[in-house]
Design a protein around this ligand. Structure first.
Ligand SMILES: Cc1cc2nc3c(=O)[nH]c(=O)nc-3n(C[C@H](O)[C@H](O)[C@H](O)COP(=O)(O)OP(=O)(O)OC[C@H]3O[C@@H](n4cnc5c(N)ncnc54)[C@H](O)[C@@H]3O)c2cc1C
Length: 594
């Protein structure tokens, strides 16, 4: 094996979180050498697909406390309030910083930054760049990163293992996809920013690369995965493909209609209907702008009542934006029009868009503190792969993009400070671990007699997750899911690959991603089985109520080599907002300390 590559900090992930962290290190200490490892070219990271916008308080009629309250009540009180307060405070600075680096935020006629309303937010506070916000943000970060020569990129390298020695994370093993060789990348600190894991479900808005790799790497290294049972369904995906129709379509005035043409959300305790012709939207957090968990659950109920519409790809409802008119649609929702035309064959200027709930986001992830540090010294995690937690049981739309920036910057700073005092790394020892990793992968490639295929294992995992761990779950559905996943995990040992080449072996990568996804799916299903209450996106039909007495706690799943994960619980941090009922369409409850 070639010699170990050496850096001070290695960042695995070239999406919004990873690039923001890299810039933070470079700005803080230009003498540090930073590596950014990404399995795809960074601009292909999922952040590029984000559409609707990024939340931060900027207007005089808004307040930091209001953003905190919306986020905490949206999380069904499972978010850590110290983390939320910090996030909300830092958010405006980060978005202004992005502006200075060149992000083209939409403007009002007088030149001020424009904001739009978003689901579960009580006031307009979502900054946007038309409906291609993630695209512009990622470009801005990528171009800014190019200024810093001390940042070395390893594009199209696939990390397979964290290298841990003396109780410290000291690097990663990664396959250079062009040559198929495993390399040891030694570093004093590792930041994981590998994104989410929506691909453990068959129907998702997530790009094919969102296979939870970083979560699985940390999990295997003994770091707990937190709150994995909380999986967000977005209420408006295109049937068939799962392509997202952004919440911005509703925030600009789009309405959801059942097969009778009724705005059915008025029957689901989500407040009064907005007047879609009132440009000021006097009442936020209501009806179509309710939180995603409630809207997705309402779809299932509507389906049970027989009020949804048959389509070749399952039942749908209609998202109607026709009343906005062609000019406004072209100006504010051009991508929605493009997607609906190309992938649903309809022009939303003239016809309603068929939509259904679709897996969108993992609230759970690698357990970290507010400085993004995991319990494993030298290992940090940030972005969608991490659970800090500001999202609790349900994330509010547009908080994620901001989270990448706020905590990406913190991760860079925390890792830079850590490497200043952590001592030398044991290069020889971790190089030898990378040699073992090369042997494991070579053996997988050359296995002569496997009987299992990637596609059949993946299909079984999909079916187990969709049928038993979806929008509504119960004990028997989750037990069935856990049993199937245990069986799939066993069958994984018998996997057979056909492609033995070393150059861009996509079959090998798919096998490694499958291994990661099965670990993640297990953590999701077992955490969901153990949480015998309903909260946010985790709805148990056998335990329909929230149970603060027993479950105002984070689930912490620790991997075991055989069998289910070991589960522990950690108290939620409450600062100023004691648990209360979630109300929508009404003014928020007064908060202590305001
Ligand atoms: C369609 C869509 C629209 C969205 N719209 C919004 C929105 O409007 N507002 C909002 O707030 N949120 C939105 N979200 C959520 C938000 O975009 C994501 O949570 C966020 O972009 C994730 O960023 P990230 O940096 O954590 O990861 P990603 O952008 O997913 O990047 C992950 C990186 O990790 C790398 N990687 C992964 N595994 C490996 C490995 N094994 N080895 C090496 N590299 C690896 C990848 O190459 C990639 O560079 C949206 C999500 C989707 C799917």
């Amino acid at each position: 094996m070639s010699e170990a590559l050496q850096h001070d900090i290695v960042i695995v992930g070239g999406g919004g979180a990873g690039l923001r962290a890299a810039i933070a290190v470079a700005e803080l200490d230009p003498t540090l050498s930073v590596a950014v490892v990404s399995k795809v070219y960074p601009m292909r990271s999922h952040t590029v697909a984000a559409e609707g916008g990024a939340a931060a308080v900027i207007k005089d009629n808004d307040s930091l406390d209001a953003h905190c309250y919306d986020t905490i009540s949206g999380s069904d009180w499972l978010a850590d309030q110290d983390a939320v307060e910090l996030f909300v405070r830092e958010a405006p600075k980060e978005l202004i910083q992005l502006e200075h680096w060149g992000c083209p935020w939409n403007r009002e006629p007088d030149g001020h930054v424009a904001v739009r309303p978003f689901g579960g937010m009580n006031i307009e506070r979502t900054w946007f760049a038309a409906d291609k916000t993630g695209f512009h943000m990622l470009h801005t970060l990528f171009q800014t990163l190019l200024k810093y020569d001390e940042v070395v990129r390893y594009d199209e390298w696939f990390a397979t293992k964290l290298l841990v020695e003396d109780g410290r994370c000291q690097g990663v093993a990664a396959i250079e996809l062009r040559t198929g060789q495993v390399r040891c990348i030694a570093a004093k600190a590792v930041i994981l920013s590998t994104g989410g894991a929506g691909r453990i479900f068959p129907f998702t808005t997530n790009g094919a690369i969102k296979t939870g790799d970083g979560m699985a790497l940390a999990y295997r290294a003994g770091v707990p995965l937190k709150d994995m049972e909380f999986v967000q369904y977005h209420p408006t995906g295109l049937p068939g493909t799962g392509i997202l129709i952004t919440e911005a379509a509703r925030s600009e005035g789009g309405v959801l209609l059942n097969k009778h043409g009724e705005r059915y959300l008025s029957n689901y305790d989500l407040g009064e209907a907005l007047d879609v012709h009132d440009p000021k939207h006097p009442q936020m957090r209501s009806m179509e702008l309710g939180p995603r968990d409630r809207l997705s659950q309402a779809f299932v109920k509507e389906h049970e009542k027989g009020n949804t519409i048959d389509s070749p790809f399952g039942d749908v409802v209609h998202l109607d934006i026709r009343h906005l008119g062609e000019k406004k649609i072209n100006k504010l929702l051009p991508f929605v029009r493009e997607l609906a035309k190309n992938y649903a064959g309809i022009d939303p200027v003239h016809e309603p868009i068929p939509v259904r709930p679709v897996v969108h986001y993992m609230m759970g992830g690698i357990h970290t503190d507010v400085d993004t540090a995991t319990p494993l010294p030298g290992l940090y995690a940030v972005g969608e792969c991490a659970c800090i937690s500001i999202n609790g049981a349900n994330r509010l739309g547009s908080n994620s993009l901001t989270k990448l920036l706020v905590f990406g910057a913190r991760a860079g700073k925390a890792a830079a400070q850590y490497v200043g005092g952590c001592g030398a790394i044991s290069v020889a020892a971790i190089q030898s671990q990378a040699v073992d990793e090369q042997a494991r992968i070579t053996a997988l490639l050359n296995k002569p007699d496997g009987s299992e295929r990637i596609v059949s294992l993946r299909t079984d995992m999909y079916h187990a997750m969709e049928s038993g761990a979806g929008i509504f779950r119960d004990e028997s559905s989750l037990k069935r899911t856990c049993e199937t996943l245990a069986e799939v995990r066993g069958r994984l040992r018998n996997i057979q690959l056909d492609d033995r080449s070393n150059c861009f072996n996509t079959e090998l990568i798919a096998a490694l991603e499958l291994e990661n996804m099965i670990d993640i799916a297990n953590a999701v299903a077992h955490s969901a089985l153990a949480r015998t209450e309903s909260r946010g996106s985790h709805q148990r039909t056998d335990f329909p109520d929230r149970d603060d007495a027993n479950f105002l706690k984070h689930s912490m799943a620790y991997r075991t080599d055989e069998g289910p994960p070991r589960l522990e619980y950690l108290d939620v941090v409450i600062t100023r907002w004691p648990p209360a009922e979630r109300t929508y369409g009404a003014k928020p409850v007064e908060t202590a300390g305001e």
